[in-house]
Design a protein around this ligand. Structure first.
Ligand code: GAP
Length: 508
């Protein structure tokens, strides 16, 4: 298998070649950090979204879904804190004219030091073999200790700078660490400035009468402002949740790593409204549930890990990320946040409307606390693609690229091939397809040799291929070939749907 950087490049190339993801406006050389999902990608993305919706809404009686609009009253973003605090510290290199996030420059610098530690550890592990004790080595080796101390020293300056939005402290840190621009190698930096990540536009016909409005940077606020309407019309009792999926927009300073960090992306969020004081119980519950959702797809558990936040946002009293082992290393895939009553109380204050819930059991009114789960659909797409991408050497000396997608997420579930274009085989294949397509996404192919057709469907992750041959005309049986094992079996036509459905089942 390729090294990790190569792997990301290969996934990007594969995504383009096989109709998963294209650069937006490619004929105009693209638009930075904006991507389009193509014929196979949009199916995969939809299936991930459906799988999430099913787990969150269909499987929970006390969770309902909504679809709120992207545009919202501008005061929403004042109340939520986004107008004043949804900022990143940015810095420009005067020679390369490249713009960076100041905190990311420092974090990348720390990652380099961490890589040195990992290298020392790997070298020692090789030297000592089975007798190697990593913890002991790390706590005694002088070079490792010196590097750990360096990292701690940097964190002790970085975190307060982030906490206090201290732009001078960022600048001093970058200078003291002698961080150079990765493009030009120069240390000729501008001052560090705050940069608000929200996109804005104008609503209204005339320039004078127009109001500045924002493209939502998260879907969550659409849930908060609708919470009481949903509670009342749905007769929801606390604890209950509201889920939604939809586009969000952030003018990211550093947009890179393909669909990992985009300027237009999609979120799948659920806000769970609970009694004040019960939020930690539900926070633990949702951490556990969300991790189970990820592993239920058959992606190995060791590719996920929790990262508890040391530094909490002003509205949170607990927060953790679920990180995934992307080709670029472990990075945030999903956040689980205990947001207290921050958002609802802020909306009460700014709107002047009461957003209290009357708890019939306690006979009390209160502003509910909220535990949220928030996952980026595009990031999940990248996680699924990078886990699935497999290059295999076959016993016959050939090789194949196969996308070992969880079958439930695959764009097509069944491909149907007549062995030849003659003897009525295409008609028979079409007849099978016409029956199957009510239950499953099917793909009909009659061009090229069967082996080539198998390869094409391996490359887009189709879990089953059906071949219709002369025997089919005699006894109504077909060959069904399973993608990962490449095993072929002869089964009756009326068994196909059942076999495919069984293969798509997810075992929790
Ligand atoms: N409502 C909470 C919220 O928005 P967040 O941690 O800012 O929290 C949640 O975002 C998730 O959205 C992230 O874990 C990530 O998966 C996804 N996300 C955030 N910014 C993104 C971007 N620029 N491109 C793609 N996905 C992004």
């Amino acid at each position: 298998m390729a090294n990790n950087e190569d792997l990301l490049k290969k996934i990007i190339a594969h995504a383009k070649e096989y109709g998963f993801v294209f650069q937006s406006s490619e004929i105009y050389d693209g638009l930075s950090a904006v991507y389009d999902y193509a014929q196979n990608g949009s199916e995969l993305k939809k299936n991930i979204r459906d799988y999430w919706w099913k787990a969150m809404v269909q499987m929970h009686e006390n969770i309902v879904g909504i679809d709120s609009s992207i545009f919202m009253h501008p005061t929403v973003w004042k109340a939520s804190g986004h107008v004043d605090a949804f900022n990143d510290p940015m810095i420009d290199n005067k020679d390369s004219k490249k713009r960076y996030r100041a905190d990311v420059l420092v974090e990348d610098h720390m990652a380099k030091i961490e890589a040195k530690i990992d290298k020392e550890v790997a070298k020692a592990a090789k030297r000592f073999g089975d007798a190697f004790n990593e913890e002991e080595f790390k706590s005694t080796n002088p070079r490792v200790l010196a590097n750990i101390e360096k990292i701690e020293g940097i964190k002790n300056r970085l975190y307060p700078a982030m906490e206090n939005n201290d732009m001078d402290a960022f600048k001093n840190l970058i200078e003291d660490l002698e961080i150079a621009c990765p493009m030009s190698g120069s240390k000729n930096w501008t001052e560090v400035r705050q940069f608000n990540l929200m996109f804005s536009t104008n609503m209204g016909a005339t320039a004078e009468g127009a109001t500045e409005i924002f493209l939502r940077p998260e879907t969550a606020q659409g849930i908060f402002v609708n919470y009481l309407n949903v509670q009342k019309t749905g007769r929801m009792k606390i604890p209950f949740g509201i889920a939604q999926t939809g586009k969000a927009f952030r003018n990211e300073i550093v947009a890179r790593q393909f669909i990992f960090r985009m300027r237009e992306f999609e979120q799948m969020e659920m806000q769970f409204f609970v009694r004040p004081g019960e939020e930690m119980k539900w926070y633990e519950y949702w951490k556990d549930q969300r991790m189970k959702w990820h592993t239920s797809l058959g992606i190995p558990a060791e590719k996920f890990r929790f990262h508890d936040h040391d530094k909490l946002a002003h509205y949170a009293n607990a927060a953790a990320d679920i990180e995934f082992d992307f080709p670029m290393g472990f990075k945030e895939l999903e956040g689980i946040h205990s947001r207290t009553d921050f958002d609802l109380s802020a909306h009460e204050k700014h709107s002047g409307k009461k957003l209290r819930y009357h708890d019939p059991e306690l006979n009390q009114s209160y502003v509910p606390y909220v535990v949220e789960t928030s996952i980026g659909l595009d990031r999940m797409f990248l996680a699924v693609m990078s886990n699935a991408y497999t290059e295999e050497e076959l016993e016959d000396g050939n090789s194949r690229v196969v996308m070992k997608l969880p079958p439930v997420l695959a764009p097509y579930k069944v491909a149907i091939f007549p062995l030849t274009k003659k003897d009525g085989l295409p008609d028979k294949a079409r007849e099978i397809m016409d029956n199957l397509k009510y239950d499953h996404m099917c793909f009909y192919e009659e061009k090229d040799a069967i082996g080539k057709r198998y390869r094409r469907h391996d490359a887009i992750g189709t879990p089953y291929c059906i071949t219709v041959d002369h025997q089919t005309l005699e006894d109504n049986t077909v060959t069904i070939r399973e993608r990962d094992s490449m095993k072929q079996e002869r089964i009756a036509i009326d068994k196909i749907s059942g076999v495919v459905s069984e293969g798509l089942k997810v075992r929790h």
